[in-house]
Write a protein of this length. Structure first.
Length: 413
């Protein structure tokens, strides 16, 4: 938790703290060492960043959000609970029944079974449950259900034609869950002078301020495959993804999400978990605690056979691996090199591992897929691999790393 300022602090309060820290810094400059001044400078940077964030104009949320299927389903449950209570008390339920009927019609209009030819088994199961609940309600109200009966039959036919994933005995649907570290995993920041975005396989997304001085901006860099992976994680109904970060790199995250598109956002807020601040204070590993809490909540609704945790720090992977059903994906250090700077980011293999996890069942199925890919290559054609495939790794990378340059790597804030 940030002790420098509270989430509820307004612009005036942040500005006041910034002025006070600046006064302290100016007063100590004459006789304090650089090391003693470092905490003050760090506080000033955080306060300036927070002030800039608060000063940004916020775009109004679209009013149509109140009519999303998930919101309507929540309203329907609340109204049904109210209806049951009023019946038990012998009260008039006519108005509540009208509201329920209105919500169920909106639900039917917002997600018709035939609106798209491509539906995952998970989405079809969700629709089937919704339609069956609506059918029961309309039957109780004496409404005509002929059209709804046909929709339910159509969904059942589609489900029977699909190879649906295993469903738990209690009806929970299967879910894939990915937990990502942020800095030096999904993205990193680099000195603009090295032009890291020009390296094969990497992309420059934009710049964010490193200090209050505009000349101190840093480049935000990602592996190109990251954007595609996060879009896939968001678009698949059977996948949820979370950012579990020790830093507070909000501006870098905003630059990356802007590149991915407005609909691509991590699922943290849906489960009530902060994206940042998992820094392992007081001897405990907050990343492990956050992940365990998320899994505990998800498993009340979904069946999770295995979850992935992707991080560049082996210590974090070892600690999170103490949770059952977690598989760690280690991001190798310094896989790219731009001039004097070693760059750590998810590699193409890391990204491929995540795609295999999303699209297949268990480990045995993944191995089968990989074997199938190899067998499709003509024997003795190893030399026919496309030239330049390894060119994304700078030649002589290990030997060209200057000793003691680790400190030049972008820092996890």
């Amino acid at each position: 938790m940030n002790t420098l300022f509270k989430a509820s602090d307004g612009i005036d309060r942040i500005r006041e703290k910034l002025v006070n820290r600046q006064k302290d810094l100016d007063g100590l400059k004459a006789f304090a060492s650089v090391q003693q001044l470092t905490p003050l400078r760090t506080d000033i940077k955080e306060l300036e960043s927070r002030l800039k964030q608060l000063q940004k104009p916020r775009s109004p949320k679209p009013s149509s959000r109140s009519f999303t299927p998930s919101r309507l389903r929540k309203q329907l449950k609340e109204k049904e609970s109210t209806l049951t209570l009023l019946k038990q008390m012998g009260e008039n339920t006519k108005e509540v029944e009208k509201e329920i009927n209105s919500i169920t019609r909106k639900l039917s209009a917002s997600s018709p079974a035939s609106s798209s030819p491509k539906f995952s088994a998970t989405r079809l199961m969700k629709q089937l449950k919704e339609k069956e609940a609506t059918l029961t309600l309309l039957q109780q109200m004496g409404e005509n259900t002929t059209g709804l009966d046909k929709e339910i039959l159509d969904i059942r036919h589609k489900l029977s034609a699909k190879a649906a994933g295993p469903i738990a005995d209690d009806g929970r649907l299967p879910l894939k869950v990915l937990f990502f570290d942020l800095d030096e995993t999904l993205l990193t920041s680099t000195d603009p002078s090295v032009n890291a975005g020009s390296l094969d396989g990497l992309s420059f997304l934009g710049q964010v301020p490193w200090t209050a001085d505009p000349s101190q901006n840093v480049d935000v860099i990602v592996n190109r495959g990251i954007v595609k992976l996060l879009r896939e994680c968001t678009n698949q109904d059977h996948v949820k993804w979370y950012i579990i970060s020790a830093g507070r790199n909000l501006e870098k995250l905003e630059v990356m999400l802007a590149k991915c598109g407005p609909s691509v956002v991590p699922d943290n807020q849906d489960i009530g978990v902060e994206i940042f601040g998992h820094d392992g204070k007081s001897g405990s590993n907050n990343k492990r605690n956050a992940i365990q809490g998320i899994l505990n909540k998800l498993e009340t609704q979904f069946m999770i056979s295995e979850a992935l945790f992707i991080d560049d720090t082996q210590k974090n992977i070892n600690d999170v691996a103490k949770i059952s059903k977690i598989r760690g994906v280690k991001v190798p250090e310094g896989r790219w090199q731009a001039d004097w700077l070693d760059i750590t980011l998810m590699t193409n293999k890391n990204i491929a591992d995540c795609f295999y996890y999303i699209k297949s069942g268990m480990g045995a199925l993944k191995k089968t897929k990989r074997k199938g890919k190899k067998s499709s290559k003509p024997k003795g054609k190893k030399s026919s691999k496309p030239k330049g495939k390894k060119s994304s790794k700078p030649k002589g990378k290990k030997s060209s790393k200057p000793k003691g340059k680790k400190s030049s790597k972008s820092t996890n804030l």
